[in-house]
Design a protein around this ligand. Structure first.
Ligand code: FES
Length: 137
């Protein structure tokens, strides 16, 4: 559910479900909402933890590589890569979730980043890395 109102002359939309504030793309001086997000788990657990963690597998490096690949592809305004906490996909980490497609990727490596960025820039998903497809409605 969204609520719209003005704050200091800027149209603001509040998404109550996500509890986040989204600034309208046509408001001057504000960051546009991206069409697509890639959330990269960078959770780090203590050494020896039985679940392990994506950070221990090198996910922090993948965030910067993904950002660079998106920028090289000309997609900074439309696709955003973000570091996030545990996605509860530890057993298939390094894990990444792509929204709005609501698709989870697993076992991601640095070698996958160019193809992953390219798919996202084209509004597609990368089937070979999908571990949990979007829920069918
Ligand atoms: S530590 Fe990355 S999904 Fe849990």
């Amino acid at each position: 559910m969204r609520q719209r109102r003005e704050r200091n002359g800027i149209l603001v939309a509040r998404t109550t479900v996500l509890d986040s504030v989204v600034y309208a793309a046509d408001s001057p001086g504000t960051m546009p909402h991206r069409e697509r997000y890639l959330f990269v788990c960078t959770n780090r657990r203590p050494a020896g933890h039985p679940k392990g963690s994506c950070a221990d597998k090198g996910s922090e490096e993948l965030v910067s590589k993904l950002k660079a690949a998106i920028a090289e592809g000309g997609g900074k305004a439309t696709v955003r890569a973000c570091a996030t906490g545990c996605l509860d996909l530890c057993e298939v980490g390094i894990s990444i979730v792509q929204e709005p497609e609501h698709v989870a990727y697993g076992y991601v490596t640095a070698a996958d980043i160019p193809e992953l960025a390219s798919a996202a820039l084209q509004g597609q998903t990368l089937a070979r890395l999908v571990v949990f497809p979007a829920a069918k409605g």
